[in-house]
Design a protein around this ligand. Structure first.
Ligand code: G1P
Length: 289
């Protein structure tokens, strides 16, 4: 069933510097956790929340993303003729999904990447998924956020408490807790720990109203010299409410090497073909430590 949110924007134009040299010639979003690239987890998460229109904001070296979501005729023929039905189904399962691609010509930041989606999104609310934040696929975070949006008609962002010394890696909010959700009163992108208004960090899931484009249009470079979505959200607070919801399931920061390794281990342990071998190996390794 299609949700009230029909479109999702997937920014994929960053330089991926934390994963160099792996990301020198191929995008960070194509790094695999077990056997699926990061961006495919994001696409499947959106589909399970009822979203079926995708726009991927690409940059340099992003051709592999387009190829990944395209049909692969020769590979399909090969799998068919060798009777590899399961693999064939796996590579074909997103064949009916439509993707639009918009190229961000220079990496000016997340806010600018979202702004590039304006012609595709138009005047309706939409979702944003940052593929390097991986959410446990069992946990329907986006559906929960869409429900809050249905009730409030407002912007909704995902939040997680982080250790005080890590606040400078995130957008940090200040808010008033009302039941399960926060009414946000301020947002700061990557503050120094001593200046952070809390330790509630923005996680890469957003339901945005189209007014964000007006706020982004006039944004000046912020933290790291980039056009920041967080700064635009802060401006938006002058005319619209913004709500935050604390995520209840497991989240992995796959944009960070340790987070990426943790996600790989957990997903491998949940994979029926791998769980036994991997857990055996981990036990053997643990004895050596
Ligand atoms: C981006 C956002 C930041 C948010 C983070 C979540 O930062 O700018 O507000 O907390 O994603 O992963 P990035 O990780 O792209 O530097």
């Amino acid at each position: 069933m299609q949700s009230v949110i029909k479109k999702v924007v997937l920014p994929a134009a960053g330089l991926g510097t934390r994963f160099l040299p792996a990301t020198k010639a191929s995008p960070k979003e194509m790094l695999p956790i077990v056997d699926k690239p990061l961006i495919q987890y994001a696409v499947e998460e959106a589909i399970s929340a009822g979203i079926d229109e995708f726009v991927i904001i690409t940059g340099k070296n992003k051709r592999t993303i387009e190829d990944h979501f395209d049909s692969a005729y020769r590979l399909e023929e090969k799998l068919k003729s060798s009777g590899k039905q399961k693999l064939l189904e796996e590579i074909n399962k997103l064949n009916d999904v439509h993707f639009a691609y918009i190229r961000q010509k220079s990496a000016l930041g997340l806010g600018h990447a979202i702004y590039c989606a304006k012609p595709f999104v138009g005047k309706e609310p939409f979702a944003v998924i940052l593929s390097d934040d991986i959410i446990d696929p069992q946990y329907p975070l986006l559906a929960e956020m869409i429900n809050i949006h249905k009730k409030t008609k407002a912007t909704v962002i995902a939040l997680q408490e982080v250790p005080k010394e890590e606040v400078n890696r995130y957008g940090i909010i200040k808010g008033i807790k009302k039941g399960d959700i926060y009414k946000i009163t301020d947002l700061v992108e990557k503050p120094k720990p001593q200046l952070a208004p809390s330790n509630l960090a923005i996680i890469g899931r957003y339901i945005l109203t189209p007014s964000i484009f007006d706020a982004l249009e006039i944004q000046k470079p912020g933290a790291g010299g980039e056009i920041q979505l967080t700064d635009a959200l802060r401006d938006l607070l002058n005319k619209e409410e913004i709500f935050g919801v604390i995520i209840k399931g497991q989240r992995y920061d796959a944009g960070d090497k340790l987070g990426f390794i943790k996600a790989t281990i957990d997903f491998a342990l949940k994979n029926p073909e791998l769980s036994e071998g991997v857990s055996q190996y981990i036990k053997e390794k643990a004895k050596e430590l």
